[in-house]
Design a protein around this ligand. Sequence first.
Ligand SMILES: Cc1cc2nc3c(=O)[nH]c(=O)nc-3n(C[C@H](O)[C@H](O)[C@H](O)COP(=O)(O)OP(=O)(O)OC[C@H]3O[C@@H](n4cnc5c(N)ncnc54)[C@H](O)[C@@H]3O)c2cc1C
Length: 637
Amino acid sequence: MQLDAKIPGGQLAEKWDRYRFELKLVNPANKRKFEVIVVGSGLAGGSASASLAELGYNVKTFCIQDSPRRAHSIAAQGGINAAKNYTNEGDSIWRLFYDTIKGGDFRAREANVYRLAQVSNNIIDQCVAQGVPFARDYGGLLANRSFGGAQVQRTFYARGQTGQQLLLGAYSALMRQVGTGKVKMFSRREMLDVVVINGQARGIVTRNLITGEIETHSGDAVVLCTGGYGNVYFLSTNAMASNVTAAFRAYKKGAYFANPCFTQIHPTCIPVHGDYQSKLTLMSESLRNDGRVWVPKNQGDKRRPHQILESERDYYLENKYPSFGNLVPRDVASRNAKEQCDMGKGVSETGLAVYLDFEDAIKRDGKDAIEKKYGNLFQMYEKITAENPYETPMMIYPAIHYAMGGLWVDYNLMSTIDGLFVLGEANFSDHGANRLGASALMQGLADGYFVLPYTIGGYLAGTPLEEVTTGHSAFKESVTSVNNHVEKLLSIKGKRTVDDFHKQLGHIMWDYCGMARNNERMKKAKGMIQQLRAEFWENVLIPGSGKDFNQSLERAGHVADFLEFGELLLIDALSRQESCGGHFNEAYQTEENEALRDDENFCHVSAWEFAGKDKEPVLNKEELKFENVELTQRSYK
Ligand SMILES: Cc1cc2nc3c(=O)[nH]c(=O)nc-3n(C[C@H](O)[C@H](O)[C@H](O)COP(=O)(O)OP(=O)(O)OC[C@H]3O[C@@H](n4cnc5c(N)ncnc54)[C@H](O)[C@@H]3O)c2cc1C
């Protein structure tokens, strides 16, 4: 299929304004005639639901958690980018755009990224108006700090709890609309299918996670804001409930999945410390504003950090990348940490860690200043590791963190199913092959507050929609298929727990398609996943029934989808015979071990189409055109 991204014509800086003018409008009095289903209540879903309801649409919002406030977005720590240039360092919309395009290793759409940079400033104004308590400088302006891949300070933050504060803002806006009756909130519901009628998304099928009841909901459009798929790797910084189920079921109904192999590995996480661990904890990238990354110069040096003299330390990021130092982008910092550990210079008992040291910053600025900026992160680190990071350097190691890939969307954020929009981390987004820090919150809120509210109007105003109720046969078929799936899972009554399968899948993904990838190992992993999937469907043990609260059943549904999705990720990784951003195929690297792109053959988005059970998916390509920036080898030296 020819993919049409519907990028408007004209000059880059004018596209969005012109397009908004050209989009058809829904008259205010007519908006109340439309019903929009929003799945997910994180920053993307919360902001979209509130904005659509404020405009006058009737909205139904769904989430897995008991409250929209508990979406995974709450975990975001370090901050949100915007091109306000409050620091007077020469930031601009263009610079934010350029940094993001370059940071993503030239694998994102110019027009989308430019729009993102343009609306970044509106997001900050909106959040301040909602009362989000951003940190401020001595003069009262909002304070900024640095994040990776940028040489200006453009990240707005609320200590190490920025996601929580932004989510409380979006949640307040959402609850205001729940109060007015414009939003109906359905928490503890899991979407298990999207209902497509005449090629249009017209509803969803959900499971009530408390009663087990299968429910149906119709609407004029469906908006998926269901987050990222990092948990396909089992251990990740994502919340335990994060999953690919909604996106994957939409994929099976005709929505293309774009660039699934673009996964982000974050360089600063607390290292794995045992076999029974189910989650990894992030130490925000903001810490690299003040923390210095180092390893001992000598291999196998097991002395305590304080016993290692300054002259015996290798501040490898500062040495190798003098311009960006400790604030190189995540893919670069992660690969370098791995390289040091592979050379035998890693610290900790496992040798799979590097130091993040605040001694110099504390000497320079004082402990109070550091505590003000990162207090909660230091406390979290100490609680988990029993080491005091004010006195002893943190130990960190890369871990799976974010999904740049996701459902393919056009400039309107609409997928390949008409009327199915995808926002936030669930879409393949604006980040290309590597996301810069503090850009996910920006993108989720841009999508929800400032993009969808316009583009969905264009769709609803310009599309004939027949009257549809949940009595339609498509809903019945969908309910039957959901019920069959649930019953099949429960009937297996095998011997291995769901988590056991998930953990094994995660090991395969991390060991064979993690930070460094090669063709032979990825091919092997594909076979291993197929075998594991076959065993899952014969030997998984799910206690309890489908008629009540059953978290094993919920997780089994997620893992069943991850077992198929993991293979799709590998197929994508194998088909992209180049290195770019977080996708590092060892066969393609520069002399200095940086990712080596192949712009002639791979300057495209890979959008995968479901071809049927046990069939290879079909690859569709969206060629990326760079008319405003020059494609160069990324350098942070
Ligand atoms: C520890 C951590 C720190 C981070 N820090 C930062 C940061 O400082 N800056 C930054 O820019 N980014 C940060 N990120 C990334 C950022 O937090 C996420 O990308 C972003 O919050 C995702 O928002 P979202 O709205 O797309 O999805 P989420 O917040 O994940 O919300 C998903 C929603 O979908 C619902 N859902 C999922 N599946 C279903 C289903 N099948 N049915 C019904 N509902 C469903 C969930 O209940 C939830 O409401 C961080 C990420 C992590 C893990």
